[in-house]
Design a protein around this ligand. Structure first.
Ligand SMILES: [Cu+2]
Length: 166
């Protein structure tokens, strides 16, 4: 009896050890959050919108863009974007076929190690759905970018008139 229970204890200890070793090594586990400067977001801007001109303000949409750089040696991806200033933010890609363009929602923006991706007019963009108020040029909105690695970045994104876009 004593012998079998101590064997069980040993086995449990062994399993625990293996788990710790597995987590500790992290080889094939999810990427770890990057520290500090490994991820950078630059040239972010959101397009101004005047809700009084919208047919349905609830369904009104604006758009935001940014350049995102992953300087680390681990692959990552942008998986979620949010802001209190709007009801929802979706990651979209404009797909052009012939003369017409349409938008599709994408689940993620891959950021391979050492790469950078530009969200820009005609390509990947952030769809700002249902602004809670006018987005006024010269002001800014707070936007949170969440990455697959667990990293989060809070950005103050300036609102700019489309006509004045960079
Ligand atoms: Cu879109």
């Amino acid at each position: 009896m004593l012998k079998s229970s101590s064997t069980a204890a040993l086995r449990a200890a062994l399993v625990l050890f293996c788990l710790v070793a597995l987590v500790g090594c992290g080889g094939t586990a999810a990427p770890q959050p990057h520290d500090g400067d490994d991820l950078s977001i630059t040239s972010a801007w959101a397009a101004a919108i005047d809700l009084s001109t919208a047919v349905d303000p609830e369904a009104a949409m604006s758009v935001a863009y940014a350049d995102i750089k992953n300087s680390s040696d681990e692959d990552d991806a942008l998986i979620r974007v949010s802001s209190d200033a709007v009801r929802a933010i979706e990651i979209h890609e404009t797909v052009t076929s012939g003369n017409s363009g349409s938008m599709v929602e994408v689940e993620r923006v891959d950021l391979p190690a050492g790469s950078s991706v530009s969200l820009k007019p005609g390509g990947l963009h952030l769809m700002l759905i249902g602004p809670r108020d006018d987005l006024v040029a010269g002001t800014s909105i707070d936007v949170r970018f969440v990455f697959e690695s667990g990293s989060e970045m809070d950005m103050r994104v300036p609102v700019i008139d489309r006509a004045d876009r960079p």
